[in-house]
Design a protein around this ligand. Structure first.
Ligand SMILES: NC(=O)c1ccc[n+]([C@@H]2O[C@H](COP(=O)([O-])OP(=O)(O)OC[C@H]3O[C@@H](n4cnc5c(N)ncnc54)[C@H](O)[C@@H]3O)[C@@H](O)[C@H]2O)c1
Length: 302
């Protein structure tokens, strides 16, 4: 509920979530030890899906401390509280940004991801290694998700699709970084949710309990810990993405071509072999359908 972007949008999402009678909402900071203790004590969760974070690449240039608080200390507090409650599975959101500007495409979880371009990515990579040590020491089965540019209805207003739609509809120019020479593996929200649902019961086993290993699995040699890419695996050029949006809106964009944004990466492309091997699932929503659904929502909401 912080005001990094329009809180009204968060309240609308919350209203939808509250329709589920098993949903409880506690407002507070994830780095608050007392809050987490009281929630864990009351509900004794066996599975925790940790999504809270300060997201955004550009914001991390001017506001790095926000990433320290929410991502580093916040995730530490999840690990520290979680370890006392014998979690059956802890699942934590990370990002494709950890691959930095690696040219090794498509990105697979086994390649090194040690050269983040932004402080945001640095904190997410740190979360991964912090979680690995907790998984090893306290035997906490842990899955790290690396999400690739997620979009869809009720999505984040600081992301390209939202900003482009807003500006095109109000006749304002859109900022196109690196003169449009960027490529992204856009992943539709419903596909991401499905992948998360399927990974929850897919618990990384303790070493002594493993019978065989899935091909290309990166499961740790010393901990019940693995990393899984969740992406569409169909990267698209930014200018083609804009064209698709223009077609759906029935309106041309005024483009303000700019140089590369600090901290940003040129291209993302996920290898999702591990996701497929573990769950049998692969994202199916193509960019036309995804943007169509977003625009439909945007127009009805605004
Ligand atoms: N959207 C994407 O394309 C994308 C890509 C890669 C990774 N991720 C990761 O996915 C997760 C969800 O991202 P999102 O896009 O839904 O962003 P989001 O900003 O909409 O959601 C994150 C939520 O965490 C909350 N939050 C931030 N700091 C907090 C704190 N200290 N205590 C409690 N709550 C706090 C925010 O208020 C926000 O509602 C994040 O971990 C993000 O890093 C997202």
């Amino acid at each position: 509920m912080n005001d990094y972007y329009d809180v009204t949008l968060k309240k609308v999402r919350l209203k939808k979530l509250k329709k589920n009678i098993k949903f409880y909402f506690y407002r507070g900071l994830v780095q608050s030890e007392d809050l987490l203790e009281s929630i864990f004590l009351k509900h004794k969760p066996k599975v925790v899906v940790h999504l809270a974070a300060q997201a955004g690449v550009r914001y991390s240039i001017d506001n790095p401390s926000s990433y320290v608080e929410s991502n580093l200390i916040g995730t530490f507090q999840i690990l520290e509280t979680g370890r006392k409650y014998s979690l059956k599975h802890l699942l934590i959101a990370s990002t494709s940004s950890v691959y930095g500007n690696s040219k090794d495409m498509p990105f697979n979880e086994n390649q090194s991801a040690n050269a983040p371009m932004s402080f945001y990515a640095a904190t997410k990579k740190s979360n991964e290694v912090m979680a690995h040590s907790y998984s090893h020491i306290y035997n906490i089965p842990t899955t790290i998700f690396r999400f690739f540019t997620v979009y869809g209805p009720l999505g984040r207003p600081d992301m390209a699709l939202f900003k482009f739609t807003k500006n095109i509809l109000s006749d304002k120019p859109i900022d196109v970084y690196n003169n449009g020479k960027l490529v992204r593996d856009f992943t539709y929200i419903s596909d991401l949710v499905k992948a998360i649902q399927l990974l929850i019961p897919n618990i990384p086993l303790k070493i002594t309990k493993r019978k065989g290993i899935v091909k290309d699995d990166n499961i740790s040699d010393v901990a019940p810990f693995r990393i899984v890419n969740i992406g569409n695996s169909k990267p698209i050029n930014l200018l083609d993405f804009i064209k698709e949006l223009e077609n759906i809106l029935g309106k041309k964009a005024k483009k303000n071509f700019l140089s590369m944004q600090d901290g940003d990466v040129y291209k993302t492309h996920s290898n999702i072999d591990l996701l497929k091997a573990l769950t049998g699932f692969e994202p199916k929503t193509n960019i036309h359908e995804g943007i169509f659904q977003f625009v439909k929502w945007y127009k009805s909401y605004y």
